[in-house]
Design a protein around this ligand. Structure first.
Ligand code: NAD
Ligand code: ZN
Length: 353
């Protein structure tokens, strides 16, 4: 679990006070990784007080984080810092939060990021790392994974050292998120809840978080009476609880198949989940029904024909990536999932997208 968290509108103002005691020396900088959407945004950047060799590095989230990108950042940070940095602070959406977690881990674990894609391969604790979400839904602020695309797979670095040491939850930071992105990333949270609550890994601990988040999502995406501020506050907490729920259970079919889409076509996580989930009535009848209502209420039209020009090899690649995520299938369908989840079955679903 994340051991320290502050929540509240304006809580980002506490950042300098939170970091100061964690500075290990004047030669050990804090490295701020910011989504480059904030490049010309003094409302946010002016509140970060840089001292000594502290640095802000702007990172694009146009594409999802890659293992090679993590390796390059780590090399740059190590070469330019006189001492091992005091901490890494990720400010942005799931992409930047994952990047910050991965960089913090790779500073203390030798080799390339791709070596650690999988479960519990990280040997040493990372350096101090702080997550500050600016868009809500992924749960990356609370999870024990950092999802990376490597040369062979899209797969997380899942470990007990991955979660942030500190998180700052300030819903005000999400004010500028464009509507479509708000919906897609918000639906990531909704899908986390459906997959967790309908999975075989479910237990009372993850269920309590999943149910709370599920109810919040229904309120946020279907209730007309919420103010914008209430909706921002609630979605930030829905994301947290949804993330907690999957951290102690697992995701399912939409995530496994969306990883395939993302690996082959670069489709981003939020929209990828929506594209797949729209066709999963067989697995999640009630969840998909409510999803369609939410889509309609917000006038969201998903792109179609994404897979129409793909070759057999392309389908095979997506299916390989999706089937490699064994715990997700086991959670979704049970221990005997291989009896029903065949390549042909997945091909049929991909063809509808
Ligand atoms: P994102 O980080 O990719 O950002 C989406 C877009 O929103 C970007 O264009 C970004 O610039 C913009 N944006 C972010 N904050 C903004 C703001 N306040 N104002 C205006 N624009 C803003 O989106 P995401 O959906 O949060 O994250 C997706 C990533 O998260 C994927 O890489 C996925 O693999 C990862 N993910 C990780 C976990 C985990 O547990 N580690 C879980 C789910 C998803
Ligand atoms: Zn997700």
């Amino acid at each position: 679990m994340v051991p320290r968290v502050v929540f509240g509108r304006g809580s980002f103002n506490q950042i300098n006070d939170i970091l100061a005691p964690k500075r290990t020396s004047i030669y050990a900088p804090f490295i701020f990784l910011l989504d480059n959407v904030f490049k010309n945004n003094p409302w946010l950047t002016s509140r970060i007080k840089l001292s000594y060799d502290d640095r802000i590095i702007f990172v694009s989230s146009k594409e999802e984080p890659k293992t090679s990108q993590v390796d390059e950042l780590v090399e740059d940070i190590i070469l330019k810092s006189k001492e091992r940095p005091s901490g890494i602070i990720g400010i942005g959406g799931g992409s930047l939060l994952d990047m910050a977690k991965a960089v913090a881990l790779l500073i203390t674990n030798e080799g390339d990021a791709q070596q650690y894609q999988g479960w519990d391969l990280i040997k040493n604790p990372g350096i101090y790392h702080v997550g500050i979400p600016t868009i809500s839904g992924t749960g990356a602020e609370v999870s024990r994974t950092t999802i990376l695309t490597g040369p062979k797979l899209k797969l997380g670095i899942n470990s007990d050292y991955t979660p942030f040491d500190q998180v700052i939850l300030d819903p005000e930071l999400t004010a500028g998120v464009p509507k479509q992105q708000w919906f897609y990333t918000g639906m990531d949270c909704y899908v986390h809840c459906v997959e967790s609550l309908n999975g075989t890994y479910l237990n009372e601990f993850s269920k309590t978080y999943g149910e709370k988040s599920f109810d919040l999502c229904k309120e946020i995406f279907l209730d007309d009476n919420l103010s914008e501020e209430e909706a921002q506050n609630k979605l930030m907490m829905a994301s947290w609880h949804g993330g907690m729920s999957i951290a102690y259970s697992q995701v399912g079919v939409a995530h496994a198949m969306s990883y395939g889409l993302s690996f082959l076509l670069g489709v981003k996580h939020g929209i990828g989940n929506c594209l797949v989930f729209d066709h999963l009535e067989e697995f999640y009848p009630e969840g998909v029904k409510i999803f369609k209502q939410m889509k309609e209420k917000h006038g969201i039209e998903l792109p179609t024909g994404i897979c129409k020009d793909l070759s057999d090899d392309d389908f095979d690649t997506m299916i390989r990536v999706a089937l490699s995520l064994e715990p997700l299938w086991e959670n979704a369908v049970g221990k005997n999932w291989k009896q029903t989840i065949t390549p042909e079955k997945l091909r049929g679903i991909y063809k509808k997208i």
